[in-house]
Design a protein around this ligand. Structure first.
Ligand code: PEP
Length: 245
């Protein structure tokens, strides 16, 4: 079980420090906890969380090693600032920054070349689900985003229906189970049934719904946005994950 926090562009640094200190004092030995923090926080959070059982990651990286890419950061820069992994292909980046699966694939390549683990986000929009295209959209995103020779080691998938992110709407257990089955099948075809990377669910996960989400077959954890900014709520989600582990 993996519980990952996506802080997005939150919170202020003093609040982030308080949050990180609270998370460091909590213990969940049976699960993996990850914090995807804003890039300027990688160093201060790495320092604050030294020795704590939490992995720290960036929320994006460029596919190039270096160059004239104002405002971007490379995978090596993330690693040098304390990240052990990176979140890639989040729907907010696909939508607001025009990231195609092809670009995401290049970013995954760059991240893996720097020994960063990768959490790849996939998920359909509401219109795509209403059009009954959700599964094909997710299959296409997986096929195009995972580079041909990318190993399964260090790769994690987060299934995040776009319409469930930050809305309070959660996909139904049946739809989540069906989509996780589809994702696992695609990955099993590529890597073999025994090497399917963990598949997390994301989209309005909170302290109240986490336990039932973790009881759904093939759900290997959660990617949590809003609720991850509250230490108690995040702890409750981690407790539910630990109970399901
Ligand atoms: C996310 O940002 O990946 C996410 C799932 O957000 P939220 O939990 O707020 O829906």
């Amino acid at each position: 079980m993996i519980v990952a926090a996506n802080w997005k562009m939150n919170p202020a640094l003093d609040q982030a420090s308080i949050l990180a200190t609270a998370l460091a004092s909590q213990s969940f030995p049976q699960i993996k906890r990850i914090l995807f923090v804003p890039h300027p926080y990688l160093v201060p959070m790495s320092v604050r969380l030294t020795g704590a059982a939490l992995e720290i990651g960036g929320q994006d990286c460029h596919f190039a090693d270096h160059g004239a890419f104002t405002g971007d950061v490379s995978a090596a820069m993330l690693r040098d600032c304390g990240a052990s992994l990176v979140l890639l292909g989040h729907s907010e980046r696909r939508a607001a920054h025009g990231e195609t699966s092809d670009i995401v694939a290049q970013k995954i390549k760059a991240a893996m070349a720097q020994n960063l683990d990768v959490m790849l986000c996939v998920g359909e929009t509401k219109a795509e689900r209403d059009d009954k295209k959700a599964e094909q959209v997710v299959i296409d995103q997986l096929q195009a985003s995972i580079p041909e020779h990318a190993p399964p080691t260090g790769l994690m998938i987060a299934y995040e229906p776009v319409w469930a992110i930050g809305t309070g709407a959660v996909a139904s257990p049946d739809d989540i189970a069906a989509m996780h089955h589809v994702i696992a099948s695609v990955l099993a075809e590529r890597y073999g049934a025994n090497h399917v990377p963990p598949i997390l669910y994301g989209g309005s996960v909170n302290a109240d719904n986490a336990a039932s989400l973790f009881s759904i077959p093939l759900v290997g954890g959660a990617l949590v946005g809003g609720a991850s900014l509250d230490a108690d709520a995040f702890a409750a989600i981690c407790t539910a994950a630990q109970d399901a582990a």
